[in-house]
Design a protein around this ligand. Structure first.
Ligand code: SAH
Length: 359
């Protein structure tokens, strides 16, 4: 018996790949545009519903391809309007995506992995470990599901790859997802509306610098010295601060764009005036801005959020050094949708999740 080739999933294919796949099966390449329009513009999840394709074509497409869409399993809304979506994937695993309204733009916060291997000391997702990478179809699938659930297919929104996972640790699928998102016949997202946040995996960062589709870049710095950062972000022992800053200096930025340095503020750990001065000096040579993220505390996370005074003092010192600085407003903490609070494992709650009572 010859092994049966798995059918390609329409949701995983960039348009050029879809055109080739159609051609290889005896169909016309131009149907790719129609299919892409149906999936991303019209929100169709069933090949049968692509009614400008002939009945025969739809029937053969349905036997040649699949079209997989994450299933909305649960939806929670915060007092501040932030919404958290629990999505079930085809293999039964779950991921979370978050909608953050009016910041002032509408923002979708999207996952790139189930869990995460980076194990940052203050992040709940890191407690899950890496379960698996998402496919491009699953990454973009979150946008498809949220756009439908929120009736936002005709509304402009931003995308931040700041959900579960380290995007550069799932490089190829993340980049494929970006190319699908910017396709002019599909969502037609401007790349400047997409932000990729990374812990700074150097080789992948160098690769990203040469990509055609270039999102905004946010680097999770979190400490001004290797000693401090190494204790918070384990991968720092491999790719240290100086190398990351060098890579940022070389990064091909568009005219008006800047690299964002994210900095989680932890009481008594990295929030001293001296830390603020060191941080400002460190980023001074990079066209950048600093985004301070006061810790979103949770049971099981051995850190505390600094006082508002300490946060203001830190921000002021950084600003006084001529660095653009903002403090991220925490959104959706009551539904555990804020930064670093996304954690799921199967339909049954994990021990860590049961522990994860937001304080
Ligand atoms: N893996 C990517 C995306 C992480 S989520 C990265 O490391 O950049 C986006 C931001 O939230 C990161 O800067 C991350 O470090 C931060 N974060 C994680 N846990 C947090 C917590 N408990 N409180 C506040 N921010 C947190």
């Amino acid at each position: 018996m010859t092994p049966v080739e798995p059918r390609p999933d329409l949701a995983d294919l960039e348009r050029p790949a879809l055109e080739s796949a159609l051609e290889a099966r005896g169909h016309k390449r131009f149907h790719a545009r129609q299919i892409v329009r149906w999936i991303y513009r019209r929100g169709v999840t069933d090949i049968e519903a692509m009614t400008d394709l002939s009945r025969e074509l739809r029937a053969t497409l349905a036997s040649d391809f699949t079209l997989t869409t994450p299933v909305l399993a649960q939806r929670e809304i915060s007092v501040d309007g932030t919404e958290k979506f629990l999505l079930r994937l085809a293999d039964g695993r779950h991921i979370e995506s978050v909608f953050i309204p009016d910041t002032p733009a509408m923002t979708f916060c999207i996952s790139t992995q189930v869990g995460c291997a980076m194990a940052c000391a203050f992040c709940l997702t890191g407690k899950m470990g890496l379960v698996r990478n998402l496919t491009a179809g699953e990454i973009v699938g979150q946008v498809r599901v949220l756009a439908d659930a929120l009736h936002m297919r005709d509304t402009a929104f931003n995308i931040v790859l700041m959900g579960m996972g380290e995007p550069l640790h799932n490089y190829d699928e993340t980049m494929r997802a970006l190319r699908i998102l910017v396709d002019e016949h599909g969502f037609d997202m401007p790349a400047r509306r997409i932000t990729l946040s990374t812990v700074g995996l150097l080789p992948a960062l160098e690769r990203l610098a040469a990509e055609e589709v270039m999102p905004n870049l946010a680097i999770s710095l979190h400490a001004p010295t290797d000693l401090q950062r190494g204790a918070l972000v384990p991968i720092n022992t491999k790719y240290g601060i100086a190398e990351i800053i060098q890579a940022c200096k070389r990064f091909p930025l568009k005219r008006r764009s800047r690299i964002t340095f994210e900095y989680v503020l932890l009481a008594g750990v990295n929030d001293s005036p001296q830390d603020a001065r060191k941080l400002a000096t460190l980023v001074a040579g990079v066209k950048s801005k600093v985004n301070l993220i006061p810790l979103n505390a949770a049971a099981g996370i051995p850190f505390e959020r600094p006082s508002d005074e300490a946060i203001d003092r830190f921000a002021k010192i950084v600003a006084d050094h001529g660095v653009i600085v903002s403090v991220r407003k925490s959104r959706g903490r009551d539904i555990r949708a804020a930064c670093g609070q996304l954690i799921v494992e199967g339909p049954k709650k994990s021990a860590a999740q049961q522990l994860a009572v937001v304080m």
